[in-house]
Design a protein. Sequence first.
Length: 239
Amino acid sequence: MARTHNILIVDDDPRLCRALARYLKAEGYAVRTAASGVEMHERIAVERPDLVLLDLMLPGEDGFTLARELRAHSDLAIMFLTGKADTTDKVAGLELGADDYITKPFSERELLARIRSVLRRTCEARAEQPEAAGSVACFAGWRLDLEGYELTSPAGEPVALTPHEFQLLAALVRHGNRVLTRDAILDLVAGRDWSPDDRSVDVLVGKLRRKIEAGAQSPTLIETVRGVGYKLKAKVVLE
């Protein structure tokens, strides 16, 4: 059975996001949504999508800027889905490396066909390429195998992580020096009901710190950003 493709919709129109997510889920896709570039980066840190449907007019960074950032660091598929129908914008979007450019209003059936076409092309292109490097993240002497689900200490010893601990560390590593918000972590370890005063995030971070920090009481790798979340302070190199 073919695996389910993950699609991330980046648009600040909640009604459009809900309708489009409902339609694409009914067609067999896994769908997440984000209303800004900040949320987009959070979602990608938690789970890398196969395709990003990206609006141009967004709060904060615009779609062109976000596409440029994505294309500089990944080969995931990008489709602009926007109300800007000017030819200049279309050309600019495609020159940035977008795989397609669709204007609103749009036909859901046409959008679905073009999504399938883009995913088919990108998946075939990746299959023809040799296995890419970059699946092992190195930081402060630690080695995290993102595909093999293995963590090795600076002394070369394997360190066992629970699935949630691994997901959290992988997200921190993929986030680089960006802050991983509490909401993103809650999304990451979803699978139970969370309440606003739930301290499970702090408990999970504490458990991970005890495994990778020399002094968990005075952490130097995982920094707490008060009122926001956490970030990995060490420089990450992918091998």
